[in-house]
Design a protein around this ligand. Structure first.
Ligand code: SF4
Ligand code: SF4
Length: 91
């Protein structure tokens, strides 16, 4: 059986390493609404349905609160606090 790989786009913003999986993002905008510092905005990268995906860097710095990761209905965001960077596996 073939494995399907989802590669993230990785951004650093404030205290967070923001992983966005375009192959999962449907462009619903829920994460934009729920970010307490309004750092998430629309990106030029298209997602699984040809709609814009999201990126940080549009407001105040990310606090790594993980709200966006929690509310995303499609698990398209992974937040790793920069202080935990050493726990990331090399890929
Ligand atoms: S982790 Fe929190 S502050 Fe950072 S982008 Fe997500 S919702 Fe916004
Ligand atoms: S909540 Fe998830 S699916 Fe919706 S725009 Fe944000 S990352 Fe994409």
């Amino acid at each position: 059986m073939m494995a399907v790989a989802f590669k993230p786009i990785i951004y650093e913003d404030g205290k967070g390493i923001f992983h966005l999986y375009p192959g999962l993002c449907k462009g619903c905008g829920l994460c934009i609404q729920k970010c307490p510092v309004n750092t998430i905005g629309w990106s030029d990268t298209l997602g699984v349905f040809g709609t814009p995906t999201v990126e940080p860097g549009h407001g105040k710095p990310c606090t790594a609160c993980k709200n966006c990761q929690t509310v995303c209905p499609d698990c398209a965001i992974l937040i790793v606090p920069i202080k935990d960077r050493k726990n990331l596996k090399e890929s």
